[in-house]
Write a protein that binds this ligand. Sequence first.
Ligand code: PMP
Length: 351
Amino acid sequence: MKNWEKNIRKVVPYTPGEQPKQANIIKLNTNENPYPPAKGVYEAWKNFDIDKLRLYPDPSIGKLRDEIAKFYNVSSEEVFVGVGSDDVIAMCFMTFFNDDKPIIFPDITYSFYDVWANMLKIKYKQIPLDDNFEIQTEDYNIENGGIIFPNPNAPTGVLMPLEEVEKIIKNNQDVIVMIDEAYIDFGGESAIELTHKYDNVLVIQTFSKSRSMAGARIGYAIGDKKLIKYLNDVKYSFNSYTLNTMAIELGVKAIEDREYFEETRNKIIKTREWTKEKLKELGFIFKDSKSNFIFARHETKKAKEIFEALKEEGIIVRYFSNPERINNYIRITIGTDEEMKKLIKFLCKYL
Ligand code: PMP
């Protein structure tokens, strides 16, 4: 081994979802939105003044920050914007989770949390979900250095009612509690209102799902202005995590169009409910999902076989081989009605 190799920060690499290049693939594997971004986004892209790229972007991302604040009826000082919610969460880990007490999050949950904790050398403890894939709030009444959980949870899609979320917060007012609401717009009640009642809460959301902008990389955190200031202090000190000028302008247009947002998320919810019915009829077993995906196993057929048969057909879903508890599951993103009909039609033939 070379000397420099000893100094490398070695991590067990995260495996991102497959992004196939072929045309005609039905892509239901990474929880993207099947509908295009709002019309105004396209217009802003077409009319973008290229000369603006000479200059650095506004480090405070002021314009977009103001629009997000307006949408949620909070002040701009309560909003932190970053390069996708992944980066916002990583930035929060860096800013708030320095204690030597372990931070806690569920097992099963979004698989990036332990990756970041390991990268940043933050101790953590995972709390198993119950047999219904639900978070038991009393399990979180233990000494800890901070808490994070998605609501709805990923990859299960299971939603925790807001009263339950508040129980966790109430019992953990000495640490930062982060609620990752990447999928909240598909049927959940946001904890944003609780950020006014509790100054230790951060709600993290994204433009990647309900606003069809995964490629633009826009995420944000809403919380007490003191917390947001701490986040900005860290961000400015790294001179990093700033959206590019074009993403800022396109993001403004995406959040301005409330009508399109309502229309597309309601369409996805309706398609999800239809898909649930059909999957049930076909012998799939799953917990109720309030997100834009369904996490399911089949009563007789192995998930891996279903995944491979679908792939052969040009329909890509996500197969979970790990951890052990969920190794017989597939996760199906909700696509358009047409895509879901094709999926169900194939499964009817195949099963
Ligand atoms: N949180 C959860 C629970 C997710 O599933 C995802 C998407 N993979 C993210 C955060 C990150 O989303 P983005 O970085 O695109 O905002």
